[in-house]
Design a protein around this ligand. Sequence first.
Ligand SMILES: Cc1ncc(COP(=O)(O)O)c(C=O)c1O
Length: 462
Amino acid sequence: MPDTLTSTGGPARSAADGYDIEAVRKDFPVLERTVGDHPLVYLDSANTSQKPRQVIEAITDFYAHHNANVARAMHLLGAEATAAYEGARAKIAGFLGAADPREVIYTKNASEALNLAANTLGSRLGPGDEVVVSVMEHHSNLVPWQLVCQRTGATLRWFDVTEEGRLDLAKAEAEGLVNERTKVVAITRQSNVLGTINPVTTVARMAHAVGAVLVIDASQSVPQLTTDVQAWEADLVAFTGHKMLGPTGLGVLWGRYDLLEQLPPFLGGGEMIEVVRMEGSTYAPPPYRFEAGTPPIAETVMLAAAIDYLNGIGMDHIAAHEQRITDLALKRLADVKGLRILGPTEAVDRGGAISFTLEGVHPHDVMTMLDARGVAVRGGHHCARPLHDRFGIQSSTRASFYLYTTEQEIEALAEALDHTRDFFDRPRSASRTRHREAGAAARTRRGDSRVAPQARLVEEQE
Ligand SMILES: Cc1ncc(COP(=O)(O)O)c(C=O)c1O
């Protein structure tokens, strides 16, 4: 029995003799799309990645030939589906450098994985205890801890960032942030706004020195960088499938097995039990204790195919490409007048998400203007409102890159930004043209005659 059912496709070519980006791009059907007269320039991979043909075919193949429920169906298809489901677990464990596939828990997404961590660790918290996060967390690694602190009476504290957007370890040290009251430290490996890569092993040692558990949100780094949960000295690590070429609807919480064994269930239902009586129940060992109900089965097959694809190229090649493109983008964006980058301006310990403001232009307007030229970016607070408050702004625009991003796409981004700035710099006498162009931008995107709210905003502000 193969460990997965990815009979179609298979890994991409080796890139041992250089990174063949054109060959990579051919695997992604959506990259052939156009937006009006412009080729699609997809710079929103930190939000969700595009999917290669091999991954799309894996889910079709599963549903076409092997579909059944897992663990409970005692027939051929049930056995095949279960083998694929457990095979994917083993593949994910290998990808993470985990000691044992039983350390891999399937969840719905990273948010659910982090809620699982917060709620189960919450059973150990009480008044006087402290949970430490950072100001650069995605809301998914902040709100669950706020909720659990409210419920248990524990106190939430946080690492600040430096003006450059790095974790402020010196300030934390001076404040005695991590101390004998700290029970949990929960921190991102890579910021989805700043791109900053955090020194998680240093933080693990700070946490372990006081007996605290370290939870890492690795949603942004797992797609781009080699992951080694053991080398990180982590206790729990969360990430999400859809940012790493895989499906939506599937996330992962990895945990040290001896820790998982001590944690109580999160959700109750089928499959997570050992014996159920009306008077009470006992629970299955990990990982099943944390997987109530019918799990995302086809999605695990799809994630296994995504890992095959990433491994086929090699995570080292992907990381090197990401760094090259990020370096180029940081240099090119520095030439755009009025543009301010949030976070490190050098591609050192930094991933491929660049958030910025463009003087005098609202991020939603930047996004709309870029979209009209085929350039897809994200505008808003990127689920990191406190971080934007920390930098004294409400929102930003984010361009994010991945293994299929080309140098030409960085140039298209920079040109579209120059155009946007010039457009908003025009004297007021040109405002009628501005109305028309902003409206047309929104209509081009939708292919209809409606005017987007952002464009209306531009008109109302005139
Ligand atoms: C750093 C980080 N953590 C957590 C999440 C949440 O992922 P999901 O929405 O798949 O739960 C995201 C998604 O944007 C993220 O960037």
